[in-house]
Ligand binder design. Sequence first.
Ligand code: HEC
Ligand code: HEC
Ligand code: HEC
Ligand code: HEC
Ligand code: HEC
Ligand code: HEC
Ligand code: HEC
Ligand code: HEC
Ligand code: HEC
Length: 289
Amino acid sequence: MKKLILAALFVSLVTILFVKNDILIAAESVSHGGDIVYTKPVKSVIFSHKVHVEDKGLGCDACHSGLFKPKALKAQEKSDFNMDSLYKGKYCGYCHNGKMAFASNTQCARCHTGVKGYAVSQKKPASPASILAGPKQPITIGTGDSAVKFSHDSHTGAFGCDECHSTVFPMKSGKTKVTMEAIYHGQYCGTCHNGKKAFTSSECLKCHAKVPAPKTPLVYKPKGAAPVKFSHDFHASAFKCNDCHKKLFVMQKGGSKMKMDAMYEGKSCGACHNGNVASQVADCEKCHK
Ligand code: HEC
Ligand code: HEC
Ligand code: HEC
Ligand code: HEC
Ligand code: HEC
Ligand code: HEC
Ligand code: HEC
Ligand code: HEC
Ligand code: HEC
C-alpha cells in the first residue's frame, strides 16, 4: 500500500515537473513578460523584456530571484518605487547604476517615454500638457530673508531634467546648501546664471524677493592696520538698509572706498561711530582686531 502511494506520488511529481517545464519553455520562446509600462507615480516608464532578455542576454533569474516578481506592475504598488530608491540601487537601479547599465540619473528619456510614449503603447493620442514635468509649485530654497523661489515651469521649457538632475541639484528639495559665493563661482544656479546662458547673478532682485543682507561678516584687510570685520548681523538688526544704503555705502564690498579721513569728518562709519550714536572713531580697537 505504502509503495503504491509513493509510486503514485512519483508519477504525479514527474507530470507536474514536465508540465511546468513545458509551460516555461513555451513562455520563453513566445514571450517573457513582454513590455511593461509603469504609470505611477509618473506616466510613463517603459520596461522591455525583449531588450533585456533577447538583446542583452540577461537570464530570468537576474531579475526574478528577488528583484522583481514575475507579475506586471507589482513594483509600482510599493510606495518606494521612485528615483530615490533607484539611486540607492533598488529596483531598476540595481543595474542602472552607471556600471552594469546606464545610470538612473542620466538619460531620463530612455526610461521615461512620457505620456507620448504611453499613448503610443495604448494607441491613444498624447496630451502634451501632462508630459513628464517637474513639480508644478515653485520650490523655495533656503529660509528667511535670503530664500529664493525656483520655478520648474520657467526652466523645463528650455532644459531637460538631466541638465540639473543630479549633477547640479539632487531631485529632492532642501538637500542643497546654496551660497552666493558658490553661485559667483559658477556652481548651482551659477552654472547658467553667469550673464552668458542666463541673466547674471548680480541681478539680485530677479531671484530674491528683496535683497538679503550678507550672512557672514565682510572682512577688510587695510594696509597699516589690523583687519576690520563689518557685521550685517548686528547692524542690519539695529538699522534699516536705507539708513546706510546707498547714502553711506554702496551695496558691494569694496565699492565705497572707505577711508579713515572721511570717518574723522563724520562720514562713512564715522556717521554713527562719532561717540554719539555709537562708539568713537578714536576707539581704534573697536573695529581693528
Ligand atoms: C532585467 C530584468 C528582467 C529580466 C532579465 C526578466 N524579467 Fe520578467 N519582469 C521584469 C519586470 C521588471 C517585471 C514586472 C514586475 C513588476 O512590475 O513588479 C517582469 C514581469 C514578468 C512577467 C509578468 C508579465 C505580466 O504581464 O504579468 C513574466 C511572466 C516574466 N517577467 C517572465 C520572465 C521570464 C520568463 C524571463 C526570462 C526569460 C524574464 N522575465 C526576465 C524584469 C525582468
Ligand atoms: C539585471 C540588470 C537590469 C535591471 C534590473 C534593469 N535593467 Fe535595464 N538594462 C540593463 C542592461 C545591461 C541594459 C543595456 C546596457 C545599456 O544600455 O546601458 C539595459 C537597458 C535598458 C534600456 C535601454 C533600452 C534600449 O532600447 O536601448 C532601458 C530603457 C531600460 N534598460 C530600462 C529599465 C527599467 C525601466 C528597469 C526597471 C523596471 C530596468 N531597466 C531594469 C540591465 C538591467
Ligand atoms: C533606468 C530607468 C530610469 C531612468 C534612467 C530614470 N528613471 Fe525616473 N523613474 C523610473 C521608474 C521605474 C520610476 C517609477 C515608476 C513610475 O513613476 O512610472 C520613475 C519615477 C520617476 C519620477 C516620479 C517618482 C519620484 O522619484 O519622484 C520622477 C520625477 C522621475 N522618475 C524623474 C526622472 C528623471 C528627471 C530622470 C533623469 C535624471 C529619470 N527619472 C531617469 C525609471 C527611470
Ligand atoms: C534649471 C534646473 C532644473 C531643471 C532643468 C529641472 N530641475 Fe527639478 N529641481 C531643481 C532644483 C533647484 C530643485 C530643488 C533642489 C533643492 O532644493 O536642493 C529641484 C527639485 C526637483 C524635485 C523635488 C521636488 C521636491 O519637492 O522635493 C523633483 C521631483 C524634480 N526637481 C523633478 C524635475 C523633473 C522631472 C525635471 C524635468 C522635467 C526637472 N526637475 C528639471 C532644478 C531643476
Ligand atoms: C541649466 C541652466 C540654468 C540653471 C541651473 C538655473 N537657471 Fe534660472 N534660468 C535659466 C534660463 C536660460 C532662464 C531664462 C533666460 C533668462 O532670463 O536669462 C532662466 C530664468 C530664470 C528666472 C526668471 C524666470 C522666472 O522664473 O521668473 C529666475 C527667477 C531663475 N531663472 C532663477 C534660478 C534659480 C534660483 C536657480 C537655481 C536654484 C536657477 N535659476 C538655475 C537657466 C538656468
Ligand atoms: C540666479 C538666482 C540668484 C541671484 C541672481 C542672486 N541670488 Fe542670492 N541666492 C540665491 C539662492 C538660490 C540662494 C540660497 C538661498 C538660501 O539658502 O537662503 C541665495 C542666497 C543668498 C544669500 C544668503 C547665503 C549667502 O551666500 O550669504 C545672500 C546674502 C544673497 N543670496 C545675496 C544676493 C545678492 C546681494 C545678490 C545680487 C548681487 C544675489 N544674491 C543674487 C540665488 C540668487
Ligand atoms: C550700518 C550700515 C549698514 C546697514 C544698516 C546695512 N548695510 Fe549692507 N553694507 C554696509 C557696508 C559698510 C557694506 C560694504 C560696503 C563696501 O565695502 O564698500 C555693505 C554691503 C552690502 C552688500 C554687498 C555685500 C558684498 O559681498 O558685496 C549687500 C548685498 C548689502 N550690504 C545688503 C544690505 C541689506 C539688504 C541691508 C538691510 C537688510 C543692509 N545691507 C544694511 C553697511 C550696511
Ligand atoms: C547707522 C549707524 C552705523 C554705521 C554707519 C556704522 N555703525 Fe557700527 N555700530 C553702530 C552702533 C549703534 C553700534 C553699537 C554701539 C557700539 O558698539 O558702539 C555699532 C557697533 C559696531 C561694532 C561692534 C559690534 C559688532 O558688530 O561687532 C563694530 C565692530 C562696528 N560697529 C563696526 C562698524 C564699521 C566697520 C562700520 C563702517 C563700515 C560701521 N560700524 C558703521 C552703528 C553704526
Ligand atoms: C568704526 C570702525 C573703525 C574705527 C573705530 C577705526 N577704523 Fe580704521 N578703518 C575702518 C575701515 C572700515 C577701514 C577701511 C578698510 C578697507 O577698505 O580696507 C579702515 C581703514 C584704516 C586704515 C587704512 C586706510 C586709511 O584710511 O588709511 C588705517 C591705517 C586705519 N584704518 C587706522 C585706524 C586707526 C589708527 C584707528 C583709531 C584711531 C581706526 N582706524 C579706527 C574702520 C574703523
